[in-house]
Design a protein around this ligand. Structure first.
Ligand SMILES: Nc1ncnc2c1ncn2[C@@H]1O[C@H](COP(=O)(O)OP(=O)(O)OP(=O)(O)O)[C@@H](O)[C@H]1O
Ligand SMILES: [Mg+2]
Length: 399
């Protein structure tokens, strides 16, 4: 669904545009002044912004410049009164997609919106094609060039520029943590810490002091002040992994941090401002947990400002050969021993359903590479569940 930000200080214009564009199925966010719009650009990802040139707070031209910096793919349409066309032309020179003069005709605006969105799409795709080869390095070794993964890369690029909370969902082993790192590494926060907290591995009693820190004397054993992860990851990114396992009382505390952007150490009285980007990940269905009263709905909405679903490996089998060569490369680097694999094996790997996703593939390849004879993985080496009997020429492919 395409998301459009409409900025105008005239409520009537906003209302008209909202009605018109909602009918076309676009998701709309509106703003009555430049400052507010700027904040929204920092928090959410949009596909298009339609903004008046004259605005209270930050004016339309400045907003355009900032939008280009914050969300480089964003197409911008300027609205202007007849008398103000000079400014609109200036806006075009500064990268606006087009301008429309008020009062505008409905079909004119619809057409401009459609053109702007397809332009934005083409631009992003071109860029994606160009960066495909470098993707592996760019996103911290995320391998795969299937369509679903290209969509994931597009989202990573878009969200990296914002401070928005991201909720990464997907089956176990699909690469959620890797994607979270990819977001951090492509974001302006990359030179600050990236910290992962696995909520499931942390006893409930410790979770609060781990996240918020504590002051001396807060409890027995608290012999000195200690920073929590929110503070340690300040200016960086904190990944809350397995968020579904977080106890409900901690969920309320997390919600407060997300709203107020400040924390209070356990036993402390003062509030400490934090600028930590939160990414949450889960392989559970949070909506089901909400229905069961195990997860706070308001926190869910707060976390899933940008939802990012990582597709299971069985839905992107074309990535399997690339992943195989990637993992064998890693094996070679770690063991100084190069292992070949028969193309028949790769075919069988492509047909297996991979309930444990990329992690399962990685583990199986490690095992096969370690145990195979003469440094060649053959069809006979495969576990029965994966082996697909196929007669024919045995061709050994060298990666
Ligand atoms: N696209 C990919 N390219 C390269 N390696 C990958 C990819 N996806 C996953 N991996 C590797 O697979 C393993 C599992 O990935 P990761 O830990 O990110 O999965 P996860 O979705 O967080 O799993 P879980 O839900 O079990 O925590 C890691 O070793 C990771 O490096
Ligand atoms: Mg994980």
């Amino acid at each position: 669904m395409r998301k459009i930000l409409i900025v105008d200080d005239e409520l009537s214009i906003i209302e008209v545009l909202k009605r018109l564009l909602a009918k076309e199925g676009y998701v709309l966010v509106t703003s009555l002044d430049g400052n507010d719009a700027r904040n929204k650009l920092k928090e959410e990802v949009f596909d298009l912004m339609i903004t008046d040139v004259r605005l209270p707070g930050v004016d339309g031209l400045t907003l355009l410049k900032e939008a280009r910096q914050l969300q480089s793919h964003l197409a911008v349409i300027m609205m202007t009164a007849y008398a103000d066309v000079d400014n609109a032309v200036l806006a075009m020179k500064n990268g606006a997609f087009d301008y429309i003069t008020k009062p505008f005709k409905f079909d004119e605006i619809l057409l401009t919106v459609q053109r702007a969105l397809s332009y934005e799409e083409a631009l992003a795709e071109n860029e994606m094609l160009r960066s495909r080869l470098t993707t592996k390095f760019h996103f911290n070794l995320i391998v795969g060039d299937s369509d679903p993964m290209v969509q994931v890369y597009r989202m990573i690029e878009k969200v990296a520029k914002t401070n928005s909370t991201v909720l990464i969902t997907g089956e176990s082993g699909t690469g959620k943590e890797l994607v979270a790192k990819g977001i951090h590494n492509s974001s302006p926060r990359h030179s600050h810490p990236f910290i992962t907290l696995n909520c499931a591995a942390m006893p409930d009693a410790l979770l609060e002091s781990e996240l918020f820190g504590y002051v001396k004397g807060a409890f027995t054993g608290a012999t000195q002040d200690r920073k929590g992860l929110f503070e340690t990851a300040d200016k960086g990114t904190l990944l809350l992994d397995e968020i579904s396992t977080m106890p409900v009382n901690m969920q309320s505390k997390l919600l407060r941090v997300l709203q107020e952007k400040e924390i209070r150490r356990v036993g402390g009285t003062s509030s400490i401002p934090v600028n930590t980007r939160i990414i949450a990940a889960t392989n559970e269905n949070l909506e089901k947990k909400i229905r069961g009263g195990k997860f706070r709905e308001d926190l869910y909405y707060r976390l899933s400002v940008i939802p990012l679903e990582i597709p299971p490996l069985r839905n992107r089998r074309e990535d399997i050969p690339l992943l195989v060569s990637h993992f064998l490369d890693l094996f070679k680097k770690e063991n100084s021993r190069s292992v070949d694999i028969s193309s028949q094996v790769v075919e069988s790997l492509k047909e297996y359903s991979w309930p444990g996703n990329v992690r399962e593939l990685e583990n199986i390849l490690k095992r096969l590479a370690t145990l195979c004879e003469n440094n060649i993985i053959r069809i006979e080496d495969l576990p029965p569940a994966i082996m697909k009997k196929k007669k024919g020429v045995k061709h050994v492919k060298n990666f």
